[in-house]
Design a protein around this ligand. Structure first.
Ligand SMILES: [Fe+2]
Ligand SMILES: [Fe+2]
Length: 135
């Protein structure tokens, strides 16, 4: 069963972005499903690799919109993306070096990111970009 379900409250009103955010829900749910059947350890690295490339391409899409439309909070938002990329990289390093195998920690981190970043930071640009006609 899915741990997280997409709800309208997550929407930023821009279809391409919502579709990408839904992919993050899927990654978290996949990890949760794997953990439930005792495969969390096996699933961790593939999901982290997927997450790393997801973050790079998703953040690039958001940042391009910010640059195109002169979003005033661009610098702060880019900084948060930069830190997330660094965090994902360090998680991958921890798993590769055997320092961490704990799927639950990764999962809590991702759930937290989803709540904080999508619900707060990303929501902030929604009205601005919508006012510029992005949808
Ligand atoms: Fe986002
Ligand atoms: Fe973002």
């Amino acid at each position: 069963m899915a741990l997280l379900t997409w709800q309208d409250k997550y929407s930023v009103g821009i279809k391409q972005i919502d579709d990408q955010h839904k992919q993050l829900f899927t990654m978290i749910n996949d990890l949760n499903d794997a953990m439930l059947v005792g495969k969390g350890k096996d699933a961790l690295m593939p999901i982290l690799n997927k997450l790393a490339s997801y973050c790079i391409s998703h953040f690039a899409v958001e940042e391009k919109l910010f640059d195109t439309h002169g979003y005033p909070e661009t610098a702060d938002h880019k900084e948060k993306h930069y830190k997330m990329n660094a965090k994902v990289k360090s998680l991958i390093g921890d798993v590769q070096s055997g320092k961490s195998t704990v799927s639950i920690e990764v999962m809590n981190f991702l759930k937290n990111w989803l709540d904080k970043h999508i619900m707060e930071t990303d929501q902030k640009y929604a009205p601005y970009l919508q006012s510029k006609g992005v949808k």
